[in-house]
Design a protein around this ligand. Structure first.
Ligand code: IVH
Length: 709
């Protein structure tokens, strides 16, 4: 369609000023224009305008129809439903979450990984350990469900818990079998792997796109993602996508003992597996495979961004389990970063949620490893001084995998005269409060990070806390992302977390209705209200994490939720812990995994009146549910356990993880609340204290027998 003519009439009049004839013409124009952009977005994956501009067209169309109801066209965009981009995929919950991987960058990192694994499993230092090395494919992960050998569902990773159902599209991929062949097929099977686009097919696709005047993709990964997330599967069918299988959701359900055997089974069932995969036994063998793969990288014909190492034995994998969102039994060894040289145009200071002032390099855009980089991390004040980075300098920028690009060094040969050393601000650029570097009371050293002291009066901190509050692992409110939070804050709609939950009620009474605001409409506003309602009930772990307390990440939040059980109890205890002589303070410090720094940070948060007031206000609006950590029934569920002395069969880490999996709480020292003390050889004061308190004392073997039972 030739759109030039339609744009001629864009000298827009406000809806109120349109005559009847103008309105008629304008509705025709809008119907065509919206249809044109729908086509670009849905079928060609090449939008020309932003979502906001698109929504504005729809809003204008609806406003005119509201004023002239008799003019509504039979093909009006307001009558078509569900055309909003990418709302088209059904949600696909993963029965077993899809996880990510921890990263390593050097031989030392990998040796540390192997040591950690051995320590956790209580193996001898340097003992042989079978580990599989396989390329890390740079595509997108997919979960393929087979029932009786037939592909019934394909789901993207999404947030790891819930993905999108892309079955129709995946069925167009030749390398993914619709029906499995071979022996020992389980009734149901979830195969996980990576969908990717080969270089050759990527070049052909881009040449085609260019010819058609459609969007050109920046790299094969984006092209693969764009091709898979097509609402029209006939478009996916025209793109050549490929696949490698690399794991199953529930390995224990297969009667196999090793990861390597799983890969062989995959092959026999008809899945492609990566031919560079190797079984290794120590760090030197792993490094040899890594170097070999890195050498062939350029000629492989598809993108990889590292090598993944996985403990081969499935029994050991099971014992090792997971920490946060990544398995303890695997690690990604990333390739060395790619580098480029560009000019530093400015140094911007960003203020984070905890007040940290972070310098960000604003760069003349440059392509680093297939991705355009326009800003990079400068770490902190000392780093800028050490590298003597000055605005106007030419700098080396590097990017490794999905890590934020970094400024590595200045190219001094290229420095022009007259550049001034950078002066790091000592007042917050967002609120003008003093920005200070704290002194560590123990080391008496200055903290590397300068922090704004403005707290609740600093708009940057407030906005960052709000963004954290709605983020994926916190309240996770659909349709309320970074952009919307910034706009809502600037417009005065949301100034504190609680405002999110009173927004709809206040909006109804407001003259400035959200549905009339730029980029919004009836439907999108209604969707937001629904999304907020959906999140009024939240688990205690997410709630704790959402508050954005310094040093309280997801793992700590979970530890706290597990320990305190319900929100009122937690609040009361946190406030009481403000008195460092209190039982509450002792108890907090005694929670396994919570150190002095975290405890101090929690205490400081709850000694701040505004913080407590905000939490209280929130609790008027939301229901915080005690976290049910999978109701495990075991002989030790809900018991408080302390480990002391040397454990001989398990490591401390494994013992703790196992106890928690079985529903017990693990504490660091013996108190009136301790139910069981597991004492190995060399146990001292804790054993004595336990005996005094009449606490049940078990040997490691007795503990193992107990939990087995
Ligand atoms: S194993 C629980 N193996 O890397 C283990 N992942 O950074 C989960 N990936 O989301 C992953 N090649 O999309 C594994 N050979 C491989 C892989 C691989 C690519 C991706 C996968 C995952 C991401 C984690």
């Amino acid at each position: 369609m030739e759109m030039g003519a339609l744009f001629v009439s864009v000298a827009l009049k406000t809806v109120d000023a349109l005559t009847l004839d103008e309105a008629r013409l304008e509705l025709v124009r809008l119907a065509k224009l919206i249809g044109y952009h729908d086509e670009l977005y849905h079928r060609q994956d090449a939008p020309e305008i932003s979502d906001g501009d698109y929504d504005a067209l729809r809003v204008r169309n609806e406003a005119i129809e509201g004023r002239f109801p008799d003019l509504v066209l039979s093909n009006s965009p307001s009558l078509s439903v569900g055309t909003k981009p990418l709302e088209g995929f059904e949600k696909a919950p993963h029965l077993v979450p899809m996880l990510s991987l921890g990263n390593g960058f050097s031989k030392d990192d990998i040796a540390d990984f192997l040591d950690r694994v051995r320590r956790f499993l209580n193996m001898e230092e340097g003992a042989e350990l079978a580990v599989v090395a396989e390329p890390k494919i740079d595509g997108l992960s997919i979960s393929l469900s087979y029932e009786q050998g037939v592909l019934v569902r394909a789901a993207t990773r999404g947030d790891g818990q819930v993905g999108e159902n892309v079955t129709a599209n995946v069925r167009t991929i030749n390398e993914i079998p619709h029906t499995l062949k071979g022996k020992n097929l389980p009734d149901s099977l979830d195969v996980r792997g990576e969908i990717y686009m080969a270089h050759e097919d990527f070049e052909i696709l881009n040449a085609n796109q260019l010819e058609r005047g459609a969007k050109v993709f920046a790299n094969p990964r984006n092209a693969a993602a764009g091709s898979l997330r097509q609402l029209d599967s006939s478009v996916t069918a025209q793109r050549v996508l490929k696949f490698f299988a690399y794991s199953v959701a529930e390995p224990n359900k297969l009667a196999l003992e090793t990861h390597f055997e799983i890969l062989s089974a995959f092959e026999s069932w008809g899945f492609p597996i990566n031919p560079l995969t190797k079984l290794c036994h120590n760090v030197d063998e792993l490094m040899a495979v890594y170097e070999g793969i890195e050498k062939t990288r350029a000629s492989l014909g598809y993108d990889i961004d590292g090598v993944v190492y996985k403990v081969d034995n499935l029994g050991l994998q099971n014992r090792l389990g997971f920490v946060s969102r990544a398995p303890r039994w695997a690690i990604a060894h990333k390739f060395a970063a790619e580098k480029a040289v560009t000019q530093l145009e400015a140094i911007e200071i960003q203020v984070g949620r905890t007040g940290a002032l972070t310098p960000v390099a604003k760069l003349k855009p440059v392509t680093v490893g297939g991705v355009v980089v326009a800003s990079a991390n400068l770490h902190n004040e000392d780093e800028i001084a050490r590298k003597d980075v000055r605005v106007g300098d030419w700098v080396v920028v590097q990017r490794a995998g999905d890590v934020i690009p970094q400024v590595v060094e200045v190219v001094l040969d290229k420095r022009e005269g007259g550049l001034e050393p950078f002066e790091f601000p000592t007042i917050c650029p967002a609120c003008g409060s003093r920005a200070l570097r704290a002194i560590d009371p123990k080391t008496l050293k200055e903290d590397a990070v300068r922090r704004c002291s403005g707290d609740f009066i600093c708009p940057a901190q407030v906005v960052e806390r709000l963004k954290h509050f709605v983020s994926r692992n916190a309240f996770d409110i659909e349709g309320l992302g970074i952009k919307q939070i910034e706009a809502f804050y600037n417009e005065g709609r949301v100034m504190a977390p609680v405002d999110i939950f009173t927004l709809e009620t206040r909006d109804k009474r407001s003259v400035k209705r959200l549905k009339n605001a730029e980029g919004w409409g009836d439907k999108s506003a209604a969707n937001l209200w629904d999304a907020i309602e959906e999140r009024r009930i939240i688990g205690l772990d997410r709630f704790v994490y959402a508050l954005g307390i310094r040093h309280v990440g997801e793992t700590t939040a979970r530890d706290l939720a597990r320990h305190y059980g319900d929100v009122e109890q937690w609040l009361e205890q946190m406030v009481e812990a403000g008195d460092q002589d209190s039982v509450a303070f002792l108890e907090l410090n005694n929670i396994d995994g919570i150190g002095a720094v975290v405890a101090q940070s929690l205490v400081a948060f709850f000694q701040t009146e505004q913080s407590v007031a905000q939490v209280r206000a929130l609790l008027e609006q939301v229901i915080v549910e005690p976290v049910v950590f999978e109701e495990v029934v075991s002989p030790v569920s809900a018991k408080t356990v302390v480990f002391t002395g040397k454990l001989e069969v398990m490591s401390r880490g494994e013992a703790k993880a196992q106890a928690e999996r079985l529903g017990a709480k693990v504490a660091g020292s013996v108190s009136g609340k301790t139910d069981i003390l597991v004492a190995g050889p060399g146990a001292g004061s804790k054993l004595k204290k336990a005996q005094e308190h009449g606490v049940e004392v078990l040997s490691e073997q007795e503990w193992i027998d107990l939990v087995k039972g």
